[in-house]
Ligand binder design. Sequence first.
Ligand code: NAD
Ligand code: UDP
Length: 317
Amino acid sequence: MKKILVTGGAGFVGSHLCERLLAEGNEVICLDNYFTGSKRNIVHLLGNPFFELIRHDITSPYYVEADEIYNLACPASPIHYQYNPIKTIKTSVMGAINMLGLAKRIKAKILQASTSEVYGDPELHPQPEHYWGHVNPIGRRACYDEGKRCAETLFMDYYYQNKVKIKIVRIFNSYGPKMHPNDGRVVSNFIVQALNNKEITVYGDGSQTRSFQYIDDLVEGLIRMMGTDDKVLGPINIGNSNEFTILQLAEKIIELTGSKSKLIFEPLPEDDPTQRQPDITKAKDILNWEPKVGLEEGLIKTIEYFSKLLINQSSRS
Ligand code: NAD
Ligand code: UDP
């Protein structure tokens, strides 16, 4: 039985990861400050004696014994990470220093949840890991993009200087049950709008693209990466390479929900990347991993989750 620390464990990705790690017979310590996460995401795990929940902010040091650390703590949706951009950078940078310091001290393996945002608005398509990216360092998305880039630098430097056992994965747009219904990300926004028969807010003309990965595929990729030989550091892209325009996504969600919603077009946010698609050759070769869940199948499961959530919310009000 391994003892595993998951920072950001009460968030969307973290809660699925905690569930899976427990199901595989590990002991899990879930650490979160509940900025964007919620106890609701992990409440069903609280009765498990091998699950421990700790309220803590990773911008302060934390000491615990563990074999592995998944460093996921960081708001991930543009509205949340731009709400307090200085805090977002502190979480990425000071949080990484604190968790790397812990990994160094206790000799644990540590995995960083990095992001496709390190590629910014990419000029190379699809994006391979050797691409250095095209990021605006002074724009509204910079607190997240540059914070995550600096965290990658710190991970590499703790490896070069202290031989800490590090792993870096660059996660591309992921979706699924337990996404925050108001976090402004496109999949949750469109599904909630469609289920309420409200207008679907397409930013720009909807021709920008994203490649959407279902949560179960992501969790599998994270666990496989952690399980690699110490020589495998990454970064490795984890994402689904099926690319869609935002308009195609809107139309698919209207079709699957049977919604009466109409599209409205709103201004494109600053520095919104025009295209994004992972090159997952490395993940296939090194992790023997590739996504299994197609967009339609994943959306159906996600729609089911949000339908129940909205019914519960309306019965409570
Ligand atoms: P999320 O917002 O649902 O989860 C983040 C969790 O971290 C939340 O529970 C939040 O309360 C917690 N947190 C934030 N700041 C903290 C702090 N200072 N101390 C302790 N806890 C803190 O987001 P998510 O989608 O689950 O993302 C998880 C990780 O994966 C993030 O690091 C994110 O950058 C990365 N990622 C996610 C995606 C995606 O599409 N979901 C894509 C790329 C990268
Ligand atoms: N988007 C949109 N309508 C929304 C929310 C998002 O058109 O209600 C667009 C957004 O401009 C971006 C894409 O969908 O082009 C993905 O946005 P999200 O915030 O989910 O992720 P990110 O931009 O970080 O990839």
